[in-house]
Unconditional design. Structure first.
Ligand SMILES: [Zn+2]
Length: 96
């Protein structure tokens, strides 16, 4: 799912252009997106499966801005998570 092939682009979340830090990730459905090391790590840790660069951006930049990975993407994240993990959704409800 995650390849370490170098990319000539930039992180689709934060726009970082350090080619040595960039990785291409394969999204569900076969699309590819470029992420920096930090966002690739976050993407790899999340159970959510964003299907496009715009979803990645919404998911990962949201996470970064809030600075609390437990509250990531309450809107998009909840919608995505509901498809993959009912348990995760239950945790959201309890927090709310
Ligand atoms: Zn980034």
């Amino acid at each position: 799912m995650l390849s370490m092939m170098p990319s000539g682009g930039s992180c689709c979340v934060c726009g970082a252009r350090d080619a040595r830090a960039l990785v291409d990730v394969l999204l569900p459905g076969g699309a590819r997106a470029t992420l920096c090391g930090s966002h690739a790590l976050i993407h790899r840790r999340t159970r959510l499966q964003p299907r496009s660069e715009s979803e990645l951006r919404a998911l990962l930049s949201d996470r970064r801005t809030r600075g609390d990975r437990r509250e990531v993407g309450d809107e998009l994240g909840a919608a995505l998570a509901s498809a993959f993990s009912d348990e995760r959704r239950e945790q959201s409800r309890r927090r709310a």
